[in-house]
Design a protein around this ligand. Structure first.
Ligand SMILES: *Cc1c(COP(=O)(O)O)cnc(C)c1O
Length: 405
């Protein structure tokens, strides 16, 4: 190992594909749903399940204690946080919930969110609004279809408790101007809550540079880890200001018959029982991404996304719907006369995986843009140009009058 070797050497795509069992079976354009795990992630996850079966789950967990502990340091390196600021929980939504429901909401508070906010977060905000008499306002988009930073600046006042944004929406490849949003929120004394489900693992994400107080992310998407695990970051000075909506014997200690003490680190947002094999797999996935380098990953994902967008847009009857100044690996489109589910099924019949996005997952945005559904094709660094051509050819056949009509 040469010390001066740049961390972001060019990615060896052949090797990385050979390291991904799924590449031999499917043309996977659903990394935004659930990526294909690389072999080391799979091996570590399976090995732990086997160890649980061989020696017992508690004993296997003891044996893996140092690897489980290093997961927090790995995530910390990935997003530039301290290990005590990280909680590992069952998914990104619950991670986000544990922090946001824990904000000491007062009647009359305002929350500002983005037009592209994710459905589960929007539903939670609406519930919080009903429970606490809080107002939820949507910040309009700018001419690029991303959060208008100037509109946000005009809407912030001392009633705004939190600004809640998804870094990259589930239904489009745009990267929100998170650092600018963070700066404005901080200056106004509001918490900045960033749902980074679609960006962690796809691009460099630095909580200090973005100025976020709370961040949630998942294992299974661009990090390529197992399903059923995610994590939460809460900035140190904020941790003890948030009251977790659920406490158990891991998050708190039962200190007297009528009393308990809540942990002072971010693990107050965790719960006792968890998918240990999934956590071990996530740890390997984070190290795998760090070894490749997030800059190198992001360069490749961005250029593959741009190529797919350009090639799809050239097909008669296909409309590409992504917005934003900076776009990543999520590509959304519609096919004239073709229902999204039918297009997805026709592609699936050719071993091409895509997903669909409907109004219920991003209602503010879909209504504002007059859309009811989208086909979502998401690339990642193992994707090849040849695969893009295969997908484009298949979509072109469908658009020219396939059996889906
Ligand atoms: C996928 C997604 C989520 C939900 O992640 P889970 O792991 O299913 O909880 C949240 N926000 C965005 C923007 C997403 O794309």
């Amino acid at each position: 190992m040469i010390a001066t070797e740049p961390r972001t050497a060019p990615l060896d795509i052949e090797r990385l594909r050979a390291d991904t069992p799924g590449c031999a079976h499917v043309v996977h354009f659903n990394h935004a749903g659930d990526s294909l795990s690389p072999r080391p992630v799979l091996d570590a996850t399976i090995a732990h399940l086997e160890r649980e079966a061989e020696i017992g789950g508690y004993e296997a967990e003891d044996e893996a204690a140092s690897r489980l502990d290093s997961l927090y340091r790995s995530i910390g390196r990935l997003i530039n946080a301290d290990p005590e600021e990280i909680a590992v929980v069952e998914n990104a939504t619950r991670a986000w919930d544990m922090a946001v429901y824990g904000i000491p909401w007062q009647t009359g508070d305002r929350v500002l969110t983005a037009q592209s906010e994710y459905g589960s977060n929007a539903i939670a905000l609406l519930q919080i609004a009903r429970q606490h008499g809080v107002t939820v306002d949507v910040v309009p988009n700018d001419e690029h279809g991303q959060v208008s930073v100037s509109a946000l600046a005009g809407m912030l006042d001392d009633r705004v408790t939190a600004v809640v944004v998804s870094h990259m929406p589930t239904n489009g490849g745009l990267v929100q101007p998170a650092a600018e949003i963070g700066r404005l929120a901080r200056a106004a004394g509001a918490l900045f809550v960033l749902d980074a489900c679609q960006t962690v693992g796809q691009m460099p994400v630095d909580v200090a540079a973005l100025g976020c107080d709370i961040l949630s992310a998942t294992s299974r998407k661009f990090l390529r880890g197992p399903r059923g695990v995610g994590f939460l970051y809460v900035r140190r000075p904020i941790v003890e200001r948030l009251a977790p909506p659920f406490l158990d014997i891991h998050a708190a200690t039962w200190t007297a018959a009528d009393d308990y003490e809540v942990r002072t680190d971010a693990r107050r947002f965790e719960n006792w029982e968890s998918n240990v094999a999934g956590k071990i797999g996530l740890g390997v996935a984070v190290e795998y991404a760090l070894d490749l380098g997030l800059e190198a990953i992001w360069d490749r994902v961005r250029s593959l996304g741009a190529l797919l967008r350009q090639r799809l847009a050239a097909i008669p009857g296909v409309a590409v719907h992504d917005q934003g100044r900076i776009k990543g690996g999520i590509v959304t489109f519609t096919v004239a006369g073709g229902a999204a589910d039918a297009v997805k099924a026709a592609l699936r019949a050719e071993a091409i995986n895509v997903s669909t996005s409907t109004v219920t997952s991003t209602r503010f945005d879909m209504e504002a843009r007059g859309l009811t559904e989208l086909i979502r094709a998401s690339v990642h660094y193992p994707t090849t140009e040849e695969e893009i051509e295969r997908v484009v050819a298949a979509v072109a056949r469908i658009a020219s009058g396939g059996a889906h009509r």
